[in-house]
Design a protein around this ligand. Structure first.
Ligand code: PEP
Ligand code: MN
Length: 368
């Protein structure tokens, strides 16, 4: 399908009704009616447009709390009836869609694990056939395959869904990282070049996996990359939450955070801006990409040195000398070959690898 057709046909009216940022907040999971009511009551409708709660929770491993199920839909309906909020929940199969529609849930989101599965997406898209007025938000897939994400949007679009949006919740990484899910800002900006009109919501809670990083991610998304909105988990008693307790904040903390976000330095006041702002904006975006790559480099370096240490112990136990000239020659040659094919200079590669090798030898020498 022509990406242009999809992009041009996206109905942005649902989000453009509101002064940005469009805010979705509420607990990771609905736990009890009392928890839902209390959290909703403590959220400020002057700042928050949508109340969220997961009813069916896709858990990585069995034997965890998997959501209260259908019962929670009535709690969300009550929130909708008694507050100004629209309500949202995650759906992961056709039965969820039918139930959520029957309880008149306003916003349905597709979780990261579901976006990764074309069969699930097709089932959901079939169940949503002709639902022109429902707001459907698609989270990025767990792994950074943007074609899967685009495919999900196309499947929904083909069934007539038009009020689409995406949620950026970060990507799984096996590396040690300060994030629970790596933002990969560069990938997001590529994705948005395909669909410049699609409403984009950042989910700093699932990117950070902690409370402390949320504001920084929200600032990058909203101020620098001009996202349309944010989804931030809040809970009336985060420490007692049944899922994602480390990353949830109280409704009062959310309000504080949103005020800080709105008051914080806004580098580019006008949308189209003048040339100077535009250049500054581009510079800052590139610096954010560089910072994220540097964080990845550091994490990979640390992992490499840990393995060097293991090698060192093994060599010591087996009385093998630390410096193995043939092995070192191989590493250097193949790294230069690969690096050159990726556009790096020989001189640079040689410098980097000599430094790495030196550090690795130092580490191994220190082993008792
Ligand atoms: C959630 O929003 O609570 C959730 C399960 O998110 P994700 O699909 O991003 O893991
Ligand atoms: Mn969660």
């Amino acid at each position: 399908m022509e990406k242009n057709i999809l992009n041009n046909s996206i109905d942005r009216s649902w989000i453009e009704k509101w002064e940005p940022p469009f805010i979705i907040s509420g607990p990771c999971s609905a736990e009890s009616e009392q928890q839902i009511i209390e959290t909703a009551k403590r959220l400020d409708p002057a700042y928050v447009q949508v109340f969220r709660a997961g009813i069916w929770k896709p858990r990585t491993k069995p034997n965890n709390f998997e959501g209260v199920g259908k019962e929670g839909l009535q709690w969300l309906k009550n929130v909708k009836r008694n507050t100004e909020f629209m309500v949202a929940t995650e759906i992961a199969n056709s039965e969820h869609v039918e139930l959520a529609l029957s309880f008149d849930i306003d916003v349905l989101w597709i979780g990261a694990r579901s976006t990764s599965s074309p069969f699930i997406i097709q089932e959901i898209a079939d169940a949503l056939e002709g639902e022109k007025d429902k707001i459907i938000l698609v989270k990025n897939p767990i792994h950074p395959d943007i074609e899967l994400w685009i495919g999900a949007l196309e499947r929904l679009f083909r069934k007539g869904v038009r009020k689409l949006g995406i949620i950026h919740r970060g990507f799984y990484t096996y590396k040690a990282s300060k994030y629970r899910n790596q933002p990969n800002w560069n990938l997001l900006s590529k994705f948005r070049r395909f669909f410049p009109r699609i409403p984009v919501i950042c989910d700093p809670s699932h990117i950070c996996g902690n409370k402390e990083g949320i504001l920084e991610i929200a600032k990058i998304a909203y101020h620098y990359f001009k996202y349309d909105g944010l989804m931030i988990e809040s809970h009336c008693n985060p420490d007692r939450a049944w899922s994602d307790s480390q990353q949830q904040i109280t409704p009062e903390k959310l309000l504080e955070l949103l005020k800080k976000l709105m008051d914080s330095y806004h580098p580019y006041p006008s949308k189209n801006g003048n040339k100077k702002y535009q250049i500054q904006n581009n510079l800052d975006s590139l610096r954010i990409f560089i910072d994220e790559l540097d964080e990845n480099l550091i994490s990979i370096l640390s992992e490499r040195m840990k393995i060097s240490k293991q090698l060192g112990s093994l060599k010591r136990e087996s009385d093998i000398s630390i410096l193995q000239p043939n092995r070192w020659g191989d590493i250097l040659n193949k790294s230069i070959k690969l690096g050159k094919s990726l556009g790096l200079s020989e001189e640079f590669l040689e410098g980097v690898f000599k430094l790495l090798h030196k550090e690795s030898i130092n580490i191994q020498k220190k082993i008792e």
